[in-house]
Design a protein around this ligand. Structure first.
Ligand SMILES: *Cc1c(COP(=O)(O)O)cnc(C)c1O
Ligand SMILES: [Zn+2]
Length: 418
């Protein structure tokens, strides 16, 4: 907080103090935290950061809180060098930023919630809430439990059962709305206004978004304080992608990393791709769509930060692509088989889109590429059941096993001949 200059309107540039405001009173544009970068530059160093605990709070000078209150083990997830997957894709330098093992709720949302919940306490909010497609509900509920704050999470009524359980287990009030995410979000805006509760992704959104930067900080640090050529990011509400770029720009501005900024490519499911459609049509502001996709975490038809995604994709010289449900689930299986990582369909979406960008020649064989894996497959296991082999059931004797093994080997031989 020491280095926070204030909040700046993204559209008209008006400035505000860093309080609980979230839209510009002049033009209704979203507000963004700005910092005194010259002061940060004098106060921060690679070695100071490296000496701190491995959590997202190691970048405190570039985060909008006084002192962490939760998320002490959130962030600093593995950056996995994916050599077997790289070989299948025809790449030489591929990494996976693996937020499927983020703490405590196994998705990228633990980053944004650590920051928003801490700031909520600092601003004196008594109740924490969110409008969620699933992962955010779990993360807000867990962090609220940790902070001892009452919590209300709002979700569409048709989420995966494990996502609902993954929020309910922390005993918040879970409210399932008869409608899609965009309906939930609209309702929550009214509730935040009337009750004065702190909604992570509504009236605390400026702080929430800052938490997403930590994924970019970590990617650069874990690569040895350098930038990759490409990052492929999923897009739902559009928080993450522009903040990865903001993080890279800040690292350059404060003198921690030099070099060309990466291209940040956008990945969306074909059944919910307002941003990709806007990029293809040359629109500055995406037009809302009605989502219908297996990737429920990404099923946001009217993304709050959609125009920022469009702007950053263009500014960084990147591209976007969409993936069908089949391509998404194929990619989930490919990642599991080659790298031993089980992601949810959101991660399948980024990997499927990475394949498309390679095929289109946007990503070249010798480029360095980071693919963001933002959620864990165990929460959405139901979508994979009919894609995995059923166990081979046998009797208890060695002969039973060998008969089964024989049958299996014979089957494989037949399949190979076909
Ligand atoms: C929320 C979420 C995203 C992306 O969200 P943005 O709103 O675009 O920041 C990506 N993957 C998963 C698994 C998510 O839960
Ligand atoms: Zn404004």
């Amino acid at each position: 907080m020491k280095f926070v200059a204030g909040l700046t309107c993204h559209l008209c540039g008006a400035t505000y103090p860093a309080e609980a405001s979230w839209v510009c009173t002049d033009c209704l544009g979203p507000l963004e935290v700005s910092y005194d970068y010259a002061a940060v530059r004098g106060a921060i160093s690679r070695s100071a950061i490296e000496s701190r605990p491995p959590s997202l709070w190691r970048y405190l000078e570039l985060l909008p809180v006084h002192e962490p209150r939760t998320g002490f083990h959130s962030g600093f997830t593995p950056l996995v060098r994916a050599t077997r997957l790289a070989r299948e894709l025809g790449l030489s330098e591929l990494y996976l930023k693996d937020d499927s093992v983020n703490h405590p709720t196994f998705s990228y949302k633990d980053r944004v919630v650590s920051v928003a919940a801490t700031r909520a306490v600092e601003l004196g909010f008594q109740v924490l809430g969110c409008a969620s497609t699933g992962n955010l509900a779990g993360s807000v509920a867990a962090h609220a439990a940790r902070l001892g704050l009452p919590c209300y999470v709002f979700i569409p009524h048709d989420l995966e059962p494990a996502k609902v359980l993954g929020a309910a287990i922390y005993q918040p009030h879970v409210v399932a709305v008869d409608g899609n995410y965009d309906d939930v979000n609209r309702l929550c805006t009214q509730i935040a206004d009337r009750y004065g509760w702190g909604f992570a992704n509504i009236n605390l959104r400026a702080y929430y978004a800052e938490g997403a930067k930590t994924m970019g900080f970590e990617i650069a640090e874990q690569l040895g304080w350098r930038f990759p050529d490409h990052v492929v990011s999923p897009v739902a509400g559009g928080t993450l992608l522009p903040r990865i770029y903001k993080a890279f720009r800040e690292l350059r501005d404060v003198g921690l990393v030099s070099g060309t900024l990466p291209k940040i490519h956008a990945a969306q499911p074909a059944g919910s791709a307002p941003v990709i459609k806007a990029l293809e049509a040359g629109l500055e502001f995406p037009e809302p769509v009605k989502p219908d996709t297996v990737a429920k975490s990404l099923a946001i038809g009217n993304p709050a930060d959609g125009f920022q995604v469009v702007r950053v994709v263009k500014e960084s010289g990147a591209a976007g692509a969409m993936a069908t449900d089949d391509e998404i689930l194929d990619a989930v299986q490919l990642l599991a088989r080659t790298e031993g990582i089980f992601t949810e369909p959101a991660g399948g979406t980024t990997l499927a889109v990475t394949r498309t960008l390679i095929r289109r020649g946007v990503i070249k064989p010798n480029d360095s590429v980071v693919v963001c894996i933002t959620g864990n497959g165990y929460k959405t296991a139901d979508v994979m059941f009919d894609r995995v082999a059923v166990p081979t059931r046998i009797g208890r004797g060695l002969a039973d096993f060998e008969r089964a093994l024989g049958a299996r080997v014979a089957q494989q031989a037949a399949a190979a001949r076909a």
